[in-house]
Design a protein. Structure first.
Length: 487
């Protein structure tokens, strides 16, 4: 039991309407069996990470990264993005095995700092999640709608928005299942995602043109201001595509043998997906001219893999059918990503509410399936609103907010004296060359921020989340102290 909750339990219970308010706002102790269940093994955790990482990301962002880097040198962005993810994955693995709890980052920030600062930082993290998680989930929904519109030529932005919202509703409904069934679903969806990637790689390398893949523009590797600005933009996009390797950490209370499962799922998924990304994008650039990917109205920009498939089989009468089949596979992959994101992120408000550091209504579990109902429905609702935005706006806002409130704070947390003492305990994952991987990851994230040409504009959502979160946290702390003084 947390100290804050214990203090409330020691207070005289008020009567009448205040009693009902008190029970709503302050989480009541629950028996152990009523909570989340550890039913996910390494295969399920790895599958959840893989489908979270892949989803629709690499299929819709290749034109974006080629555009910001100006040619096939975009592969450098994918390679450096993989190294950045591996360095940061060491941080997640350390913290995940030290605190295998629901909520992931929320628990890490709470435990790694002093009680006062840990409570404040963990609240701010949970607060920003109400804004950033829906952006992440919405990107998968928007990508799904973008590819499905292949079957609806001329579909307007409004029609695509309706499709994106429908995808969110469908995935939310599917998540009202016991965690063991969800784990089985993640394995199946993970297989579909991997098969899609492998199919693209095989098609690409059987129709590969090395001349096309290596057609670098003049000055592609001139180490000037434009190169490093483009590299920063490319890293932002590749970071978005790799994110998801930490999804298992949000499910820390639902995995079996977390000391082994979490590091295997985190680092294993980065190795698998990183290799597949590099192969897939090389394959695509060896079939489609990179110039066709940077024109705003080109079909190759919106339906990259469909046009890629159609081009590869252009000599066959069934080329359009093959492209349509590729669209179906990618649509399934994008739905799998939305499914995995909703699964992981819904556990964070739940964990914060269980801890007494968020409105208690978010701690409610479905009476039969034991899933966090209110947290899941809230994130789903905000995601539907985010589906109104355009993909590039969603990705930029998401990455900037997440770097500030999650990745940099966790980098500090893993180097705090409290964690340094905890990492000496038996059965913990210890990153090699500690804390060098964390420092390298933090430098990479700071570089992404500083390379943004409109950084001050993109920091406005960060400022809004910070100010509003501090205001809510401050008011709540004042009211809490007043209630304590009254009793």
């Amino acid at each position: 039991m947390q100290p804050e909750i214990a203090r409330y339990d020691q207070l005289r219970q008020p009567r009448g309407a205040w009693t009902r308010y008190h029970r709503r706002m302050i989480p009541q102790p629950k028996p152990h069996h009523a909570g989340l269940q550890r039913g996910m093994g390494t295969a399920g955790a790895l599958g959840a990470n893989v489908i979270d990482m892949v989803g629709v990301g690499p299929f819709i962002t290749l034109p974006l990264i080629v555009g910001v880097m100006g040619g096939p040198q975009a592969m450098l962005g994918w390679l450096l993005g993989a190294l950045l993810s591996m360095a940061d994955g060491c941080t997640w693995s350390e913290l995940g095995t030290a605190h295998p709890e629901a909520g992931g980052s929320y628990a890490y920030l709470k435990h790694s700092f002093s009680p006062r600062w840990g409570r404040a930082f963990s609240f701010l993290y949970a607060w920003q999640l109400l804004f950033s998680a829906p952006l992440s989930i919405a990107s998968g929904c928007i990508g799904f709608a973008q590819y499905v519109s292949w079957f609806l030529p001329g579909a307007s932005h409004t029609v695509q928005t309706v499709i994106a919202i429908s995808a969110c509703i469908a995935c939310t409904a599917l998540l009202f299942q016991p965690v063991r069934k969800v784990s089985e679903a993640t394995k199946a969806l993970g297989i579909v995602v991997l098969l899609t990637l492998v199919a693209v790689i095989v098609i690409g390398f059987t129709h590969f043109s090395s001349t096309m893949a290596l057609s670098f523009p003049p000055g592609a590797f001139h180490l000037g201001h434009a190169f490093f600005l483009g590299l920063g933009g490319g890293l932002l996009i590749s970071a978005y595509d790799y994110w998801g390797y930490y999804n298992v950490c949000f499910l820390g209370a639902e995995v079996r043998d977390p000391a082994r499962t979490i590091p295997r799922a985190v680092l294993g998924s980065i190795a698998i997906v990183g290799t597949l990304y590099l192969l897939m994008n090389t394959a695509v650039l060896g079939v489609l001219p990179w110039q066709s990917l940077i024109h705003e109205d080109a079909g190759a920009r919106q339906y990259t893999i469909a046009i890629f498939t159609q081009t590869a089989f252009a000599s066959h009468a069934w080329s359009h059918t093959a492209a349509s089949f590729a669209v179906v596979l990618i649509a399934v992959a994008s739905l799998a990503s939305v499914f995995a994101l909703l699964l992981g992120y819904s556990r964070i408000p739940y964990a914060a509410a269980e801890d007494g550091n968020f409105p208690a209504v978010f701690a409610r579990l479905h009476p039969k399936h034991r899933v966090p109902t209110v947290a899941l429905l809230t994130l789903s609702g905000v995601t539907m609103v985010c589906c109104l935005f355009r993909l590039q706006e969603v990705i930029a806002s998401l990455v900037v907010v997440r770097i500030v409130f999650q990745f940099l704070l966790q980098g500090v947390a893993v180097m705090m004296p409290k964690h340094r003492a905890e990492r000496r305990q038996q059965g913990r994952f210890r990153m090699p060359l500690y804390p060098l991987p964390t420092l390298l990851a933090m430098c990479g994230f700071v570089y992404i921020l500083l390379s943004r040409p409109r950084l001050l504009v993109e920091l406005r959502p960060v400022a809004f989340v910070l100010v509003s979160g501090l205001a809510v946290y401050g008011v709540r702390e004042v009211l809490t102290r007043r209630r304590q003084s009254v009793h």
